[in-house]
Design a binder for this molecule. Structure first.
Ligand code: GCO
Length: 466
């Protein structure tokens, strides 16, 4: 018989954080409560035909009123850390000017409750719900939005950094820019997939590049404001959806090709934030559509961060080395490639390893967090009300296995936040697309931890893939 020790599981590092994530508009509801201003999502979701089934975030999972129950459930699930977002228009109903103390009070109570439950709060300052008042003045097309974001970030740091040590500035720059201001068209396994986000604009390339520039400028302003107003030791970084070229076979040539394409794919965001310049390949490709910027802007944008957060779901492409001009060749994805249930979600767990490794080798940050990974599945609720999502368990086991591979090679991944703690409003996909570890019955607001919540609890307890 084999010795039990033969089966010892490889562990994550001792200080690895087992987290879950959410975002304000997707869960909170109470859009007018306590003096909140309108956000672009309050406007957009009410335009008929924009959202699947015309769903809106008006009620969502009523987290604004049920946050205590939700924190208790996370605690029972063994969560170490919770990444939530702060709704800017709750804090500044007009985007700037006078803050609304009642809005701040909600997050202050939320943070206290998390700390009481032994859960570390990680706050995202912007998860897409721009104050409508700022959109009316040009939104992300205007530089003033970047300045307003800096002020908002400073105000939050001043008031919450005594209890919140970690802040993410902006969630998914790439998507807020491209999906929100142009809309994107992809082909996944031969099928067209279109994705649009609020405010649902259709800008030309020059304006789109300027929006991207204003977003990274806002990030830099926020980093500086948090440094100026935060308590000593407050940490800050971006939470970007990393566009990753995964080498199809791990050879030095293919890895070099993957680094090259990954830097290019992230030129407007992570790359300029980390290097303080727009890379040559981007400026060449943009030509006359390149954004207007100054040297001072680049300094602000590249203000040093404490960590890089990356949201990782899919590879942007598989690549191999080539002697063509670009230096890489894209490998087509077969129609038989396995998929999770969102239209865009091909199942490629190795992207967790490669996203972490390429972030490390290209930009060499001090720390990396996986700020999101997870999947939508077609959960089964049985006659006793139990919720089964074996495919989410399969997904998480594979994804976390790849992340364990990364930490075992010394890549400084400090934690992972599963998207998502609870079922929630999947933007224009509505409520039918369920990403939660905890099921929500939208009729009754009853919460039920799924099979995957039990998996998460055991994995977190063992600090290993189970
Ligand atoms: C995003 C957001 C989340 C999504 C999640 C699943 O990446 O779109 O950060 O709000 O709900 O990624 O699609």
């Amino acid at each position: 018989m084999l010795q039990a020790a033969t089966y010892a599981k490889p562990k994550f590092p001792d200080d690895f954080c087992w987290g879950v994530a959410s975002a304000a508009y997707q869960i909170e509801g109470s859009p007018d409560a306590d003096g909140k201003g309108k956000s672009i999502w309050d406007t957009y979701s009410h335009i008929p035909g924009k959202m699947k089934n015309n769903d809106t975030g008006d009620i969502a999972i009523d987290h604004y009123r049920r946050y205590k129950e939700d924190i208790r459930l996370m605690k029972e699930m063994g969560v170490d850390a919770y990444r939530f977002s702060i709704s800017w228009p709750r804090i500044f109903p007009n985007g700037d000017g006078m803050p609304n103390p009642k809005g701040l009070d909600f997050y202050s109570k939320l943070v206290d409750e998390l700390l009481k439950a032994g859960i570390k709060p990680f706050a995202t300052l912007y998860h897409w719900d721009l104050p409508q008042a700022l959109q009316d003045k040009g939104g992300w097309q205007s530089r003033d939005t970047a300045y307003a974001f800096g002020e908002y970030a400073g105000y939050i740091a001043e008031n919450l950094s005594d209890r919140v040590n970690n802040f993410f500035t902006i969630n998914e720059f790439q998507n807020l820019v491209d999906m929100g201001h142009r809309g994107i068209d992809m082909v996944v396994q031969g099928k067209p997939v279109k994705i649009e986000l609020a405010p649902g604009l259709k800008l030309n390339q020059k304006s789109l590049n300027q929006v991207a520039h204003n977003a990274v400028l806002a990030h830099g302003m926020a980093v500086q404001a948090i440094r100026a107003s935060g308590k000593p030791g407050t940490k800050v970084g971006p939470a970007e959806v990393m566009f990753c070229g995964v080498p199809i076979i791990d050879t030095p040539e293919n890895v070099k090709a993957a680094e090259k394409v990954t830097r290019h794919l992230n030129a407007r965001f992570l790359d300029v934030m980390q290097t303080g310049k727009y890379c040559k390949s981007y400026l060449e490709e943009a030509g006359k559509d390149a954004p207007e910027f100054t040297d001072e802007d680049l300094k602000i944008i590249s203000s040093p961060v404490d960590f890089i957060g990356i949201n990782v779901y899919i590879p942007k492409m598989y690549v191999m080395a080539s002697d063509n001009k670009a230096g890489y060749e894209e490998i087509p994805m077969n129609v038989s490639h396995p998929k999770m249930s969102s239209p865009w979600h091909t199942f490629s767990p190795e992207v967790l390893y490669w996203a972490a490794r390429l972030t490390d080798s290209i930009w060499n940050p001090k720390e990396i967090y996986i700020t999101e990974n997870g999947c939508a599945t077609s959960d089964v609720v049985d006659a006793n009300g139990k919720v089964f999502d074996e495919d989410r368990v399969m997904y998480l086991r594979n994804a976390m296995g790849q992340l364990q591979r990364a930490t075992s090679e010394g890549i400084p991944v400090k934690g992972n936040f599963v998207w998502s703690a609870f079922d929630n409003l999947e933007w224009t996909g509505g409520y039918g697309t369920r990403f939660g570890l905890i099921h929500v019955d939208y009729e009754t607001q009853k919460r039920t931890p799924k099979l995957s919540a039990a998996w998460f609890k055991e994995a977190a307890r063992c600090n290993a893939v189970v």
